[in-house]
Design a protein around this ligand. Sequence first.
Ligand code: ZN
Length: 191
Amino acid sequence: MNYHIRYYGDPVLRTKSKRVESIDEDFGFFAEQLVEMMYEYDGVGLAAPQVGVSKRVFAVDDGTGSGWKVVINPEIIRRSQETETNEEGCLSVPEIYESVQRPKKITVRYQNLKGEIVEESLEGYPAVVFQHETDHLNGILFIDHLSVTKRRLLHRALTDIQRRAVPRMDPDFEEPHRLDAEPNPKAKETF
Ligand SMILES: [Zn+2]
């Protein structure tokens, strides 16, 4: 199956994804494609719903030097009271970069590709990416964390993405295609 990036306006991005019940060969093959697409699109993270698959899994390479990781059935089991604000972007919401406030430190639990349960404490950039991707599995986008005023200011840009994205929901669509064909002049990281 050919996967392609789903954009703001696609209902799959607003759907709560289903738990992964079996980490079998087919799933491993899908996970591999997710990792490949993350690199193809220069993302630091890519969640399954962003390629139209409503499953609780995401790929990540947060640039800490440990390479890529596939995170399955993630849970955030602890969040610090202390928050931090970082600029975020999203492959599914191209060309929009905004500051998002989130808990600074989190403790997470997930399954890896071997089905093992992993528990980690994250802070800084890896914590931001993990929260952003886990949000995707719950139908939440980073723009949902912005103030009403900010969202109102983005309304036109979002409507524009939606308008351009709709033809890409055509089931006959085959080629993976970037919504923003031009290289991003801001060259920021997106996930
Ligand atoms: Zn995203």
